[in-house]
Ligand binder design. Structure first.
Ligand SMILES: Cc1ncc(COP(=O)(O)O)c(C=O)c1O
Length: 384
């Protein structure tokens, strides 16, 4: 049905109407006092979401731009980078670092698992000469639906002394991440996820410890240059022409986020994820991440039942129910489908999606006890 589409992919997420309307206005001049006032508030709000006192740089790019910004402003060619890889996005840190000319070592876990803190500790304890300068990691691995225990992993990294560079693209605003309190050095994120606006803005915050690495960086990035962004942030502006319309939209969604409050936002995401996991199990389907203690609150990966393919499920949900879910990525393509439940998503949306999935599977010939999964999800969400 026209205009009925509901995106349940892990970004872009649905966008609230106030944000859409803000984007529909003529752009204001990006060097005007009026726009500086908007930026001043947005910069403050970003610090609040990132839970940091440091500046949060606002880049006109997708999330990967902020990942590249982190590596190219901090890492010198030849520096040793340890990349913790649990999926596609963890691999991306390693690829960017290799392209930078870093000496990259990886600790990988099977897709669907989290990094074992003991394995990281053992490796960093061996590094008595402190050759490892940076550790990259993904907080919430969107390709699998696993959330790493960032707090514990970062404690181990800080004990060693390396700089932690964290992908918070699908965790900031959805899953607890206390940047300053946990002493995380660098956090990056993107607009089309927990921030509830379309793709096109990326965010990066960096600690004082990481700033020293920037000062020692022999060939930092030009467009993403930390120094240029810090100077501009102090003047409530940006070094280059920003995506004004997206920033106006961000101003609106930030108001919504503040009205809800951080803890309530995290609780909502946890409640939705728990509801969906209950429903999936009730339907007799298998979760790709069976261990709830590492399962993501932002995205859930589900295996199709025997005899039904991922493309069939995606097609039926899209054609008959206007719900878009994601395929698996890379080695998980056509093995799992992924339902995103981050950002502008409520219990009502989840109930609709679960009911639609029950109907879609029935149409495809898989016997689901009708309504039971939806009821189970409702009960779980009410209890949570
Ligand atoms: C965990 C994670 N990191 C990085 C990215 C890359 O972000 P973008 O596609 O905005 O460049 C994504 C995108 O889905 C992601 O989920």
């Amino acid at each position: 049905m026209k205009d009925k589409q509901f995106l349940m992919i892990p970004g872009p997420t649905p966008v609230p109407e106030t944000a859409l309307l803000a984007m529909a206005k003529h752009p204001m001049g990006h060097r005007s006092a009026e726009f500086s006032d908007v930026l001043k508030e947005v910069f403050e709000d970003l610090k609040w979401v990132f839970q940091t006192e440091e500046n949060v740089f606002l880049y006109t790019s997708s999330g990967t731009g902020a990942m590249e910004a982190a590596i190219y402003n901090l890492v010198n060619p030849g520096d040793k980078v340890l990349s913790l890889v649990i999926g596609n996005f963890g691999e991306r840190w390693a690829k960017i670092s290799k392209m930078r000319g870093a000496d990259v070592e990886m600790i990988s876990a099977d897709w669907g698992k989290a990094i074992d803190p003991a394995v990281l500790k053992q490796r960093l304890d061996q590094d008595v000469n402190k050759e490892i300068k940076f550790v990259t990691l993904t907080h919430n691995e969107t390709s699998t639906g696993v959330t790493n225990d960032l707090k514990t992993l970062n404690e181990i990294i800080q004990e060693h002394g390396a700089i932690s560079i964290v992908d918070g693209v699908t965790s900031v605003g959805a899953i607890q991440l206390k940047m300053d309190e946990w002493k995380v050095d660098v956090v990056v994120s993107g607009s089309q996820k927990g921030f509830m606006i379309p793709p096109g803005l990326a965010f990066l915050a960096c600690s004082k410890k990481a700033w020293k690495a920037y000062e020692n960086c022999k060939c930092p990035s030009f467009y993403f240059n930390f120094g240029a962004y810090k100077k501009s942030a102090a003047e409530f502006t940006t070094p280059y022409t920003p995506n004004i319309s997206l920033i106006m939209a961000l101003g609106e969604t930030m108001k919504m986020m503040k009205a809800e409050g951080l803890e309530n936002m995290f609780d909502r995401h946890a409640r939705l994820a728990a509801g969906l996991r209950t429903a999936v199990r009730r339907m007799g389907l298998k979760l790709f991440v069976e261990d709830d203690s590492i399962a993501s609150n932002a995205i859930t990966s589900i295996l199709p039942p025997d005899g039904i393919t991922v493309p069939q499920i995606r097609k039926t949900l899209s054609k008959d129910f206007d719900i878009v879910v994601a395929n698996g990525q890379a080695q998980l393509e056509n093995k799992i489908f992924r339902m995103g439940h981050l950002g502008f998503v409520s219990e009502r949306d989840l109930i609709t999606a679960i009911g639609s999935l029950e109907m879609a599977l029935t149409k495809l010939g898989y016997e689901v006890p009708k309504g039971e999964a939806t009821t189970a999800a409702i009960k779980t969400m009410l209890k949570a």
